[in-house]
Design a binder for this molecule. Structure first.
Ligand code: PMP
Length: 429
């Protein structure tokens, strides 16, 4: 495939945008080469500026669960745009999407909309601190909750891909209030509680981790966190920015039957427009301004175009409960197909999967936390990435990311992907 025009556009972008990108994970720093510039996308496919067609396994890092340019979403946005794009005043559609979200997600009474997953998580932690009157939070190594200061402590995703899991610019004062534990390790969490009695406001966790590749929680882990939080009067925050409205209509809370105190959303809830949200029961949400003392605000929060896209998306998911099963079946098919050809070619690998989230680590041992993810062979991943790209398959340009399966993918697309793996595999040993 030829990427001449993408490379030229990248060179131009680098003159005026740091690193040529508006979010680091878009750069190919971890795998080498120039990023691909997208011209348009439809269904399961991206069309780049050089005229290549790529099967897309990133799907805007999660939102496009029904495929790109999904007609009901596009129509809803176009219709709204003609009536004004922002007012900074209440609109009915905000209540409509809130009602639907409250219906779909277990255990929440109220939801507040913001503009990104970062804002959602940042606000959720502030709310937890205000509610409990405590300062410290526990996060897990390799989990990513956006780029707000208190989360850039052993963060996953681009932060680790680019070697800055603890970013300069985060003050020591902020860092000291973020306590760290390894994912899937209840004993270490217990120790943190013992060493910081009555000081921990919240545990924040990706209940299925997606920012060190995909790492599902081990059996009893989330239940154990729930118990520890109850014992210590600490709030449990599920960061469902990736998993919300993706793994089930009600996210991981529904799928695994564990109730969080605060849940955050992003990605799918905005249908591809900039939306985040956080939600909880009344007792907690009533701590937020203008009702309560914890301040949080946004000029463009609840923006009509964003709400129209989100509402159209949630309506589709709500009206078609089979979608989550369909997505899981497609993901399982891909998993089995890829694993078979990699094994046949003697390539050591571990594929983790849950619902429509999947990732490939070139690791011999199970990948269950950040340390085991970091043990995977990065050189093999680089070869794999470029091999797949040459075959017209676009996966995330880092092993510390998850692939997102969309309903627009056909079994023919999945077969094309598995055939590409078969072609690339002999060069990976
Ligand atoms: N939480 C999780 C679990 C995420 O995966 C991300 C982004 N990938 C965020 C929070 C931050 O969301 P945003 O990029 O919209 O700020």
């Amino acid at each position: 495939m030829i990427y001449k025009r993408s490379s030229a556009l990248f060179a131009e972008a680098q003159q005026v945008i740091p690193g040529g990108v508006n979010s680091p994970v878009r750069a190919f720093k971890a795998v080498g080469g120039d990023p691909i510039f997208v011209k348009e996308a439809k269904g399961a496919y991206l069309y780049d500026e050089d005229g290549n067609r790529l099967i897309d396994y990133i799907n805007s890092w999660g939102p496009m669960i029904l495929g790109h340019a999904y007609k009901p979403v596009v129509d809803a946005v176009v219709e709204k745009a003609q009536k004004g794009t922002s007012f900074g005043m209440p609109t009915q559609i905000e209540t409509e999407i809130a009602q639907l979200a409250v219906k779909m997600v277990p255990g929440i009474d109220k939801i507040r909309f913001v503009n990104s997953g970062t804002e959602a998580c940042m606000s959720a932690v502030r709310l937890a601190r205000g509610f409990t009157g405590r300062d410290k939070i526990i996060k897990f190594a390799g989990c990513y909750h956006g780029h707000s200061d208190s989360f850039l402590i052993q963060a996953g995703s681009g932060a680790v891909t680019f070697g800055t899991p603890n970013s300069p610019g985060v003050t020591a004062g902020t860092a000291k209030d973020t306590l760290l534990a390894p994912y899937n390790n209840l004993t270490e969490v217990q120790k943190l509680f013992e060493a910081n009695e009555n000081e921990i406001a919240a545990i924040i966790i990706e209940p299925v981790a997606g920012n060190m590749g995909c790492i599902p929680p081990s059996e009893g882990f989330l239940e154990g966190l729930r118990e520890l939080c109850d014992t210590h009067k600490t709030l449990l925050i599920f960061d469902e920015v990736m998993t919300g409205f993706r793994l089930a209509a009600g996210g991981v809370q529904e799928l695994m039957g564990v109730q969080a105190d605060i849940v955050t959303f992003g990605k799918v809830i905005g249908g591809g427009l900039p939306v985040g949200a956080f939600a909880a029961r009344n007792e907690i949400m009533d701590y937020l301004a203008p009702v309560g003392p914890v301040y949080q605000a946004g000029t463009l929060s609840g923006n009509p175009l964003a709400m129209a896209a989100g509402l159209a998306m949630l309506k589709e998911l709500d009206s078609d409960p089979q979608i989550f099963k369909r997505l899981e079946e497609k993901t399982e098919y891909l998993h089995k197909g890829m694993s078979k050809v990699l094994t046949e070619n003697g390539v050591v690998h571990t594929i983790n999967r849950l619902g429509s989230m999947i990732s490939v680590h070139f690791a011999e041992k199970p990948v269950t936390d950040f340390a085991s993810a970091a043990n995977a062979a990065t050189d093999t991943f680089k070869k794999f990435f470029h091999g797949m790209l040459a075959e017209g398959i676009y996966i995330a340009p880092s092993a510390y990311e998850t692939w997102f399966i969309t309903d627009a993918l056909t079994y023919q697309d999945l077969d094309e992907t598995i055939n590409a793996v078969a072609k690339v595999a002999p060069g990976l040993k």
